[in-house]
Ligand binder design. Structure first.
Ligand code: 5AD
Ligand code: SF4
Length: 424
């Protein structure tokens, strides 16, 4: 999401005459695009600001800006203590050129207003990816769910869906420029809904339109919400070979009591039913998830429920976090953050150990299969080898031969680690 926002910012600034440099000490302007989701993401930015201030000593004319979610949350601290020149929230990017012009020695510029409409639909992002094969396309912004632990609805505002035609146009455009994969992005893609006149497009409809652009353009998406992922979306995925068979379906906890307290609006049984549905329609579908350890009042029994759910589902991969209390959220206002941090980390480590074992099982289960892979480029570890993802999102490495990045190859899986399939 933030990478895509950065691409939008590059586009807006390029139109205003700014050029991009890869060398920070050559820049006249540096901006950090920030995330507030967990405290450690914010902590990293304070460290970054120190680096920028060092640069400013060498180049007193250097302008320093903070954009994105932290801007909204921490504007006062940024301006008063850290002396940044510009603070712009996620819906203020169109104003950046004007704000940059207006910066003076004692007049920092600030715009953190959130919008109900802004989707940057008409802005063509300047792609920052290096390989020219896989592009992110933002289909909506903000979030209307108020999960009690989550700061996103406060920092990114209310949910709005982007014009479906502009999404399809952007996907066609990247395909014509040689890209072979698009990933449709939103906090909760299943609630995508765009209306104009008599036309209504939901997420299944949008997926279909993008999938129909070209059979050799792969379509991925993230993130799905267990309460909203519909049978229609599952059937649409199954019906189109170029829609990748992978769903990122954050469960957060395996305890129905915790899920209720998190305001996720589903329980354990509902989640397991959605997984069963996905697997009955697409037995080969990759499944990944997010898990939070040590949410408010989590008991050992709740934690064991999370472990048993992970055991039962067998995710290919998971992003696993210790609960981090975020100021202003429902949880922060209503529930004490009462699992001691050593215990949170102990539970998190148990979760990670279990998931590593499951990942290895899931990856090893692919041995002997033949998979279609989109070649991304040389493997990081061994330049004689290429790497690329299978439809189920598993990373494959295989001998380069004469294959080029951007082509499709069929590989046979001969071995596996918990994160890579070794193929021929
Ligand atoms: N603490 C820990 N993890 C969090 N996430 C969101 N908010 C928090 C928080 N306060 C995790 C969730 C979400 C992912 C993007 O980040 O698992 O799915
Ligand atoms: Fe946060 Fe919940 Fe929205 Fe995801 S769905 S962004 S966890 S509020």
């Amino acid at each position: 999401m933030n990478v895509n926002d950065t691409e939008v910012i590059f586009s807006i600034l390029a139109d205003a005459g700014y050029a991009r440099t890869e060398e920070m000490d050559q820049a006249d302007l540096v901006m950090a695009n920030t995330c507030s989701i967990r405290d450690n993401a914010e902590q990293r930015i304070w460290g970054r600001l120190e680096v920028f201030n060092q640069l400013r000593k060498k180049n007193p004319a250097l302008l320093v800006g903070i954009v994105g979610c932290m801007a909204e949350r921490l504007k006062d601290k940024l301006l008063d203590t850290h002396k940044v020149d510009l603070v712009a929230g996620p819906d203020a990017y169109r104003s950046l050129p004007r704000m940059l012009e207006a910066i003076g020695p004692d007049s920092p510029q600030i715009d953190v207003l959130l919008s109900r409409e802004e989707t940057y639909a008409d802005i063509t992002p300047v792609r920052t990816d290096k390989n020219g094969i896989s592009a992110f396309i933002s289909i909506m912004r903000g979030c209307n769910n108020v999960c009690s632990y989550c700061v996103v609805p406060y920092t990114r505002g209310a949910e709005r869906s982007r014009d479906a035609h502009s999404i399809v146009r952007e996907a066609c455009d990247v395909y014509q420029r040689g890209y072979k994969e698009v990933t449709l992005l939103g906090q909760n893609v299943d609630s995508y809904l765009w209306k104009s006149g008599t036309e209504t497009v939901d997420f299944a409809g949008l997926l279909e339109r993008v999938a129909e652009i070209a059979p050799d353009l792969r379509v991925r998406f993230a993130t799905s919400h267990p309460k909203d992922i519909s049978d229609e979306v599952i059937f649409t995925m199954a019906a189109h070979p170029n829609i990748c068979k992978h769903i990122h379906l954050p469960v957060q906890s395996g305890s129905s009591r915790m899920l209720e307290k998190m305001r996720r609006k589903y329980d354990r049984a509902w989640y397991l039913e959605r997984v069963a549905k996905i697997r009955s329609v697409m037995p080969e579908c990759g499944l990944t998830t997010d898990v939070i350890a040590g949410f408010c009042s989590e008991t050992l029994e709740d934690h064991t429920d999370t472990l048993s759910l992970m055991e039962e589902v067998g995710f290919d991969w998971a992003f696993m976090f210790a609960y981090s209390e975020r100021p202003g959220t429902l949880a922060q206002r209503n529930y004490p953050d009462d699992v001691p941090s050593a215990e949170k980390n102990r539970r998190l480590n148990e979760i990670i150990t279990l998931q590593n074992r499951k990942s290895l099982e899931r990856y090893r289960a692919q041995i002997g299969k033949t998979l279609e892979v989109l070649v991304e480029g040389p493997s990081k570890r061994n330049p004689e080898q290429l790497c690329g993802r299978a439809s189920n999102n598993m990373m494959c490495v295989f001998p380069a031969l004469d294959r080029k990045a951007g082509s499709y190859v069929c590989v046979k899986v001969v071995d596996a680690t918990s994160a890579t399939l070794i193929c021929e």
